[in-house]
Write a protein of this length. Structure first.
Length: 74
């Protein structure tokens, strides 16, 4: 899912601690993010490698930000 109102890529769920990096970013005024990870998304010949914050406060498995939309367009 793309979300044009956010500047952060989000992943819902648990990621192995070996792949986590500490961060102090905020998803909203109520959600403080403690960890981020670098991940790759491949779908319909589109390959994006970017940082994602880890959160359970979203309804979808992956949300791609405005920056990802810009990266995916020529």
């Amino acid at each position: 899912m793309f979300d044009i109102s956010t500047n952060l890529n989000c992943i819902k769920g648990i990621v192995s601690k070996w792949f986590l990096q500490s961060t102090t970013e905020k998803l909203s005024d109520y959600t403080i993010i403690k960890y981020k990870t670098q991940a790759s998304v491949f779908n319909n010949r589109l390959f994006l490698k970017n940082f994602f914050v880890i959160t359970n406060d979203i309804n979808h498995t992956i949300i791609l930000s405005t920056l990802s939309i810009d990266m995916s367009t020529p």
